[in-house]
Design a protein around this ligand. Structure first.
Ligand code: ATP
Ligand code: MG
Length: 240
């Protein structure tokens, strides 16, 4: 579904993505692990074309990422993104946050978009907050709205960049539970997270990055019990 081939990216003299080859299959849940600065966020942003790449190719369903315009808006709809900082529209209600993309980008009629939005808010457990503004919600509620907003576009894949890192500990599980349910429901997901419990429970594959490279790839069971590289062993010894 998503194929990266020999992807390279520099920020000035810093080589942040080095010859990345990665294929994400339909229905697969890929968890990306790695130390701070290893390029995990840059990789996610590249797939959504929030960051242009230097060389290599990224295709979605065989089609190279578009550069601009209508095609880029459609790409962003196909490739949902959930950020650490929620990134909801502060001056729109929860319901409006969800219906905006479908009505503007997908041209869904307003009434239909509202019905669907309410179903999605129900699914993530915040339907009773539909008329509030983001600032009136807890972090965990805001992040569940952000997930519903991504889902409303019927994306082919959703990228999650540390979706629970900004949350108070007691709200982490309410967001992870929604993500586990999505994963089990067959959604294609790329998840950057430090939540090893989520990786063990929901990941089909763990991709370990260091210094802009994919150093190791394996099933979570194998990765956590038998990391083969010293870098992965070192990383795991610090976090487990
Ligand atoms: P973290 O776990 O801290 O979120 P990460 O693995 O997501 O780290 P990235 O954010 O992808 O890492 O950053 C990779 C490298 O690129 C880092 O050295 C970072 O400082 C650098 N970098 C990221 N964004 C930019 C930018 N816009 N301009 C210059 N350098 C950047
Ligand atoms: Mg990051």
């Amino acid at each position: 579904l998503v194929v990266l081939t020999s992807v390279n990216k520099h920020f000035g003299s810093l080589h942040v993505l080095r010859d990345i080859d990665l294929t994400i299959h339909k229905g697969e849940v890929v968890v990306i692990l790695g130390p701070s600065g290893s390029g995990k966020s840059t990789l996610c942003r590249a797939i959504n074309r929030l960051e242009p790449i230097g060389s290599g190719t990224i295709t979605i369903d065989g089609v190279p990422l578009p550069e601009e315009g209508r095609a880029l808006a459609n790409l962003r709809a196909d490739v949902g993104m959930v950020f650490q900082s929620f990134n909801l529209f502060a001056h729109k209600t929860v319901l409006e946050n969800i219906t905006l993309g479908p009505t503007k980008v997908r041209k869904v009629p307003a009434a239909q978009a509202r019905t669907r939005a309410m179903e999605l808010l129900e699914r993530v457990g915040v339907a009773n907050q539909a008329d509030k503004y983001p600032a009136q919600l807890s972090g965990g509620q805001q992040q569940r709205v952000a997930i519903a907003r991504a889902l409303a576009m019927d994306p082919k894949v959703i990228l999650f960049d540390e979706p629970t890192s900004a949350l108070d500990p007691e709200m982490v599980n309410e967001v992870l539970d929604v993500m586990v349910t999505l994963a089990r429901g067959g959604m294609t997901m790329v998840v950057v997270t430090h939540e090893m419990g989520f990786a063990r429970k929901a990941a089909d594959r763990v991709v370990f990055m260091a210094d802009g490279q994919i150093v190791e790839e394996n099933t979570p069971a194998e990765f956590f019990t038998n990391p083969t590289t010293t870098r992965a062993q070192d990383f795991l010894s610090k976090i487990l």
